[in-house]
Design a protein. Sequence first.
Length: 351
Amino acid sequence: MLDAAPPPLVQVENLKMYFPIHTGVLRRHTGDVKAVDGVSFAIPQGETLGLVGESGCGKSTVGRALLRLYEPTAGRVVIDGEDVASLSPEKLRQKRPTMQMVFQDPQASLNPRMTLAQIIGEPLSEHTGQSPQQQMQRIFELMDQVGLNRRFANRYPHEFSGGQRQRIGIARALALNPKFIVCDEPIAALDVSIQAQVVNLLEDLQDRLGLTYLFISHDLSMVRHLASRVAVMYLGRIAELSPRDALYARPLHPYAEALLSAVNEPDPSLARRQRIILKGDVPSPANPPKGCNFCTRCPKVFDLCRAVKPELSEVEPGRFVACHLYSETKPAAGSTGGTEATEHNQQGVTQ
């Protein structure tokens, strides 16, 4: 008899993060910015889930809500068997070593008044009872792991390059031996030549330490290199969640298809995907469309899309899509977008 598969390290269920809108002299609550509106996914131990989408879609908010840097409005976030969203402040403090974050801007996320040793050693001072000598030994070990010279221990952040500062941030995140790390666009503020170094470092650390990543990025080429599965977000919701190779070869959701059509292919002989230009602007998260969030810009929209919000459901083994084109209620032949979409999907399967 086969053993049951272990539960995923991270399980997110219907996560919502609303920011209230207060207007008028009396500052009445008149609405909400729905930055994250019902996101669900799971990450098995040792894997990397890429979270992609255009600016303002809620990617970074998801990462911060997972770690309770923001208080979630609703939903469950189970990390290593505990629901982080419902933990008391003291229990949450005890849980912090399990989950850490690497921030987007290495300059802004490091205290300019602290030396490298003080920055990396701060988590050790807060969460362990190690002596100063033990802490210093651990700091040196972490510096070795991320490729920083031990002679730099007493230097300040402004004395380092962007890539080195990001390595400091990674070392700080590793200090307490976490199981899960949220990487919030860790390479966005770096030069292209440095980006590859940081990504290779993250991969090497994952292989050696068995880390689990949520890798948030708008760089689809880098996500393809690092992630095993990819979730595509649009206006606070996940449009498609698929294995990496399947998504990049044949995206199912119209938004994922448009997004991936913008990825440059270095080999011209392989650049067969036609560029899809979306019309219109992204709706406001304070006033999303009644039906599908993408219905105002979708080239395959039909009547149902404007009335009913699609749920994320499995349409192929391991592939989840929130789109009425793949639901039981499909558009009738001759309706706007339906026939063309069906033909397009059939062509995508045969290509």
